[in-house]
Ligand binder design. Structure first.
Ligand code: ZN
Length: 133
C-alpha cells in the first residue's frame, strides 16, 4: 500500500509534524504488523524523527543547522539554495518506522517531521506500508 501526502510549507525553513498523517495511512492500509517507509522526493527537504512534545527542540535543531550551514556561505550552485541541499543531505530523505498491532512503534517523545529547507513550497512525502511480522 502506498500513499502520497501533500504538504504545503509556510516558511523558508520549518519542521512539520506528519506523525498523524502516517498513522492515518497505516489505519487505511489495514496492515497491523510491518514497516512504514517514508520517502521525500525532494533535494531541498528532508525527513527526521525527533522530539515532538517540546516545540523548542525543533526550533533548536533548525537554528543550529543554520549555524552549521549558513545561508551566506561560499557556495557554487547557481540556483542559490545550496544550504537547503546540504541540510537535506544531513537529515536524509527517507526513514522507516515499525508497525506493531496497528500502531507506529515510536518512543514516548518521538514524532516524525517533514523538514522544509527551501520553502515555502508545495511538497510531498510518499508512504509505503509493507506487511510483515
Ligand atoms: Zn538548487
Amino acid at each position: 500500500m502506498e500513499k502520497i501526502i501533500n504538504i504545503k510549507t509556510k516558511a523558508k525553513a520549518e519542521f512539520i509534524d506528519i506523525t498523524e498523517e502516517v498513522t492515518r495511512a497505516i489505519k487505511e492500509s489495514g496492515i497491523n504488523d510491518g514497516i512504514a517507509y517514508i520517502f521525500v522526493p525532494h533535494t531541498t527537504a528532508g525527513i527526521t524523527i525527533n522530539e515532538g512534545a517540546d516545540a523548542s527542540v525543533k526550533g533548536d535543531i533548525l537554528r543550529m543547522l543554520n549555524k552549521l550551514v549558513p545561508y551566506d556561505g561560499d557556495y557554487s550552485h547557481a540556483e542559490g539554495n545550496s544550504p537547503a541541499h546540504i541540510k537535506s543531505t544531513l537529515t536524509g530523505v527517507s526513514l522507516f518506522v515499525i508497525i506493531k498491532e496497528g500502531k507506529l512503534v515510536l518512543g514516548t517523545w518521538q514524532s516524525i517531521f517533514f523538514c522544509e529547507f527551501d520553502g515555502p513550497r508545495h511538497r510531498k512525502a510518499i508512504i509505503k506500508i509493507v506487511k510483515g511480522s
